[in-house]
Design a protein around this ligand. Structure first.
Ligand code: ZN
Ligand code: ZN
Ligand code: ZN
Length: 307
């Protein structure tokens, strides 16, 4: 079968199951591991009325937020941001990270979004960055290629370079901040970076020539490659939560159910490669597990691939 090429950032496993949300969950260790911008675009364009309504509401809340910044009113600013993030994820539930699977985690996640917007909203350096980005965007020249309007390469990549650099800088600061420690588990930095940049990709892709689109996607780490793989052997398991039937490829320890957004354990035990003792599989099977018998660290996930 021909599938889009994804490799898990935690265990190296390939994506083998079909998916309908923009987020890629590993079929071997159950980790949230990547973003497919193309599915993101489908979600975005699925229903024009919804998207237009969202954009109008967003504009309104962003204007109110800007006014709150001008008045130095952090409380009002937080309130508008909370309303925005909640509206965003309620409008596009497919964009909610799959790791956010309880109301408590949702509330926590929204507060993290608010706190992070607050940090940058009132920081003069970030205001400067935003102004500079706007300037670069306004200086993009356009050319007509085969009757279509395309962004000119040099001026477009000047914007991309700046956007990537400042987004990475913001991410770094965010993940080093102990207040957001929970995010390492809920949303790995590399995946968060892709979430942030995929909106940018969606907006610009239609204005790029094929060569520029290729370069752009590579720079941001988005896969646009397909590969031919054999359907791997495996077994059908029942979702622990909603009983939907799921396909677990050979070598899988944890599998994600798109229907109820929960993971199901495929194997509860493994035998130590050194002493043979039985061991329980941990919450995150991608991490090496120390044997209870001899202490040797076992890497349990060995994805089946291309045999
Ligand atoms: Zn994995
Ligand atoms: Zn389920
Ligand atoms: Zn052992």
């Amino acid at each position: 079968m021909r599938i889009k090429k994804f490799r898990c950032i935690r265990c190296g496993g390939p994506k083998v199951n079909p998916y309908s949300t923009p987020y890629i969950m590993c079929d071997f260790c159950g980790s949230f591991t990547d973003v497919d911008f193309a599915v993101g675009i489908e979600t975005w364009t699925q229903d024009q009325a919804t998207t237009l309504k969202y954009q109008a509401r967003k504009l309104e809340l962003m204007e109110k937020s800007q006014a709150a910044v001008a008045f130095g009113d952090r409380e009002k600013y937080s309130q508008f941001q909370r309303e925005f993030w909640d509206m965003y994820y309620r409008t596009f539930p497919a964009y909610l990270p799959p790791t956010i699977d309880t109301t408590q985690k949702y509330a926590l996640y929204i507060e993290v979004c608010v706190a992070s917007s607050l940090d940058s909203g009132f920081d003069p350096r970030w205001q400067q960055y935003a102004a500079h980005q706007q300037m670069l965007q306004n200086s993009i020249r356009y050319v007509i290629v085969n009757g279509q309007t395309k962004a000119e390469t040099t001026s477009f990549f000047a914007l991309v370079d700046f956007f990537v650099r400042t987004t990475r800088e913001g991410m770094r600061a965010f993940y080093e901040d102990p207040r957001y420690a929970i995010m390492h588990e809920l949303l790995p930095e590399a995946v968060h970076f892709k979430m942030k940049t995929s909106m940018f990709v969606q907006a610009w892709l239609p204005y790029l020539t094929d060569a520029d689109a290729d370069r752009f996607l590579k720079m941001l780490g988005f896969s646009n490659e397909y590969e031919e793989i054999e359907r791997p052997p495996g077994e059908t398991v029942e979702c622990e939560t909603c009983k939907t039937l799921l396909f677990a490829p050979e070598g899988s320890y944890k599998i994600f159910c798109e229907k109820c957004r929960r993971t199901t354990q495929v194997k509860a035990q493994f035998f130590c490669m050194s002493c043979g003792s039985p061991n329980d599989v941990s919450e995150n099977p991608a991490k090496p597990i120390e044997c209870v018998g001899c202490g040797v660290a076992n890497r349990v996930v060995h994805p089946y691939f291309g045999r």
